[in-house]
Write a protein of this length. Structure first.
Lengths: 120, 142
């Protein structure tokens, strides 16, 4: 895995989470700024999918391949689903769901790095 | 807000499961539906013979989470009834499997979402059905 790409993903996820928290506190809905941050996060996550697939398939040493690929391919869907929900249901709670999705993305990316590093 | 599609023109009525904190519950159930489905699929494809009981319980958990997610998200009267049944089964399931996995660990050579009261998932599988039932109860009283 490329460590700087992981850092970019985590920074973007953190930005989305902080923004969602601020919007929840100030009772704001999804706007262009939030969509831009989501877009940045998704581009980084898609890059991670390609890098992860490339390196994962090419890797000759032992690691939890199935779990790694499952996480890798699931992660990009989580934040967009949450933001879509927040677009449909314009409530403060929806924004907290977006915040939660950013946290879940961060946790799953950490798991990816962990699985990748745990192999022999 | 000017979305003219028919189901969006009226705001969710009182008692709708989607209002306010309800959507957080829907999102949590959605997340667990995803996690449980992933785990069940992986376990069955990888090595079903290793622990068929545990893996079938994983499938059951996954199905219940999916049903509960959809029912909570729909939130009409029938859905609320379906949600209540699904979540009750879920609570009984997590309590039973949690208890048995401590008493007879040999029956569970591999984990399910509900093993050890969901300790592998931050005990959320135990908390979630309680929250869900309380929420449905609170909603039906309004």
């Amino acid at each position: 895995m490329v460590s700087w790409l992981t850092v970019v993903v985590l920074v973007a996820a953190t930005a989305l989470g902080v923004l969602a928290l601020v919007y929840a506190l100030t009772r704001r809905g999804v706007d262009d700024r939030l969509l831009l941050v989501l877009g940045a996060l998704e581009i980084a996550l898609l890059a991670q999918v390609f890098v992860g697939l490339g390196q994962g398939i090419g890797r000759t040493t032992e690691f939890e391949k199935a779990v790694f690929f499952a996480y890798l391919l699931t992660v990009p869907f989580i934040a967009p689903v949450a933001v879509f929900l927040a677009l449909k249901e314009k409530t403060r709670s929806s924004m907290l769901v977006v915040l939660g999705s950013a946290v879940v993305v961060g946790v799953l990316v950490a798991r990816l790095v962990q699985i990748w590093g745990a192999g022999v | 807000m000017s979305d003219p599609s028919p189901d969006q023109t009226h705001t969710p009525e009182k008692g709708s499961t989607r209002r306010g904190l309800g959507i957080i519950l829907v999102a949590l159930y959605g997340l667990f539906a995803l996690a449980a489905t992933g785990r069940a699929t992986y376990q069955i494809i990888a090595d079903f013979q290793k622990a068929p009981v545990a893996y079938l319980l994983s499938v059951l958990a996954a199905v219940i989470y999916i049903v509960a997610t959809v029912a909570l998200a729909r939130g009409d009267r029938t859905s609320i009834r379906v949600a209540r049944v699904a979540i009750t089964i879920e609570l009984v399931g997590v309590l039973t499997v949690g208890l048995v996995s401590y008493l007879v660990p040999s029956d569970f050579p591999d984990k399910t979402v509900w093993s050890h009261f969901g300790s592998g998932y931050g005990y959320f599988p135990l908390i979630l059905p309680i929250l869900g039932l309380l929420w449905l109860r609170y909603q039906s009283r309004r």
